[in-house]
Design a protein around this ligand. Structure first.
Ligand code: FNR
Length: 368
């Protein structure tokens, strides 16, 4: 179908399911075990209702913000996802072009199917890229990767800590028998000496908080921890001198029945504020299940003056890239931005700074 017929980011998922080789679809779409977290990531947003205000002048709406000191046209970014080439030969490079042209930040996976050099080369003028690090048992390799990312102009290091073991993903396991996946993953096996399953062997399961402190010494770039799931670990990351965290359960692909990140965020912010331990500028990112402008606004509203919140999306951009390449990525961004603009008007706000918890009714959020 023509790109103009795409109404929302769900449409890309529907298309991807129909056009992707079975193995690629399985790898992208699967979650851990019974995929409860994967579904709840999404449903949790639906348990939050707005408390919109009306009769405000909403002529000039501004969706822009600052993420880790970088001006971004929107408060969301492309999260790190491995193996973009499974869906489109343009791989992470076409995502880089699409995101960059729309003023959106791209986080690049250690297990990208394009080389870091290629993805940096595809960076658009003025665009920002971050590097996601899986820490290898060989710490020199981790060091080298950070140095390389720095040299190639990446602006932050996100250390993913929610994958000491690869989650138990049955859909992916079953599909592995299919030839196309083996071929595609085979490429990756050669390049990184590991993919999907071997991917877990790339990641050192001994990584702990003292490593995070060490990693901070390897680089001047801001270091953030991706994959925290409880307030205590946000405190630990802050104690280690991290610039922030990503509250994430890896899109529901790791521990099943891990909490939906938006619940963790809602719980964490008031506690962190009471403890008064966060340094000014500490940022909290959140990803998982975000598919609508309203989802993004809910996450932003859970932040406050002290805690700036940014929102990551993973699968939607893989699907958009699979279906239409760079143009699909641009369209996905524009759809979300347009939704945000309409939603902000309907909520009576013109700037993201105006949003706060008072715009939300959280009574139905907590399942417990
Ligand atoms: C991921 N994610 C991920 N995270 C990471 O730190 N390094 C990685 O290499 C990958 N790879 C990856 C592959 C695929 C196919 C998916 C779907 C996800 C997790 C990703 O960064 C993010 O946390 C989730 O995708 C967010 O959930 P949604 O937006 O996909 O629901």
């Amino acid at each position: 179908p023509p790109l103009s017929s795409i109404q929302n980011v769900h449409d890309f998922e529907f298309l991807a399911k129909n056009i992707l080789p079975a193995g690629a679809w399985a790898y992208y779409s699967c979650g851990g075990d019974d995929e409860i977290s994967m579904r709840e990531n999404h449903y949790a947003y639906q348990r939050i209702f707005f408390r919109p205000r009306v009769c405000e002048d909403v002529a000039d709406v501004d969706t822009s913000t600052t993420l880790l000191g970088t001006k971004a046209s929107v408060p969301f970014y492309v999260s790190a996802t491995a193996l973009a080439k499974l869906g489109n030969p343009g791989g992470e490079c076409s995502i880089a072009r699409g995101a960059g042209k729309e003023g959106v930040i791209q986080m690049i996976s250690t297990l990208s199917s394009n080389s870091l050099e290629e993805i940096a080369e595809a960076r658009q003028p003025g665009a920002t890229q971050w590097f996601q690090l899986y820490v290898n048992e060989d710490r020199n390799l981790a060091k080298e990767l950070i140095r390389k990312a720095e040299k190639l102009g990446m602006k932050a290091i996100f250390v993913t800590v929610d994958a000491p073991s690869l989650g138990h993903r049955e859909k992916d396991e079953r599909a592995k028998g299919s030839v196309d996946t083996n071929l595609d993953l085979g490429e990756e096996v050669e390049r990184e000496s590991g993919a999907s399953k071997a991917l877990s062997s790339f990641i050192d399961c001994k990584v702990n908080w003292s490593d995070i402190k060490k990693i901070k010494e390897y680089t001047k770039l801001p270091v953030l921890v991706k994959g925290v799931q409880r307030v205590e670990d946000i405190v630990k990351a802050a104690d280690c001198g991290c610039a922030g965290v990503v509250i994430s359960n890896h899109g529901g692909r790791q521990l099943d029945t891990a909490p939906p990140p938006v619940e963790v965020l809602a719980e964490a912010v008031p506690i962190l504020n009471r403890m008064e331990i966060l340094k000014p500028g500490f940022e909290i990112f959140i990803d998982g299940g975000v598919r609508r402008g309203t989802d993004i606004l809910k996450a932003i509203a859970l932040g406050d003056q002290k805690v700036n919140v940014g929102v990551g999306l993973g699968r939607p951009f893989l699907y958009a890239n699979a279906a239409y390449g760079e143009q699909g990525v641009r369209k996905a961004i524009r759809l979300l931005k347009d939704e945000m603009t309409i939603d902000m008007r309907l909520m009576g706000v013109t700037n993201l700074k105006q949003l706060n918890r008072n715009f939300l009714n959280l009574k139905k959020l907590y399942s417990g």
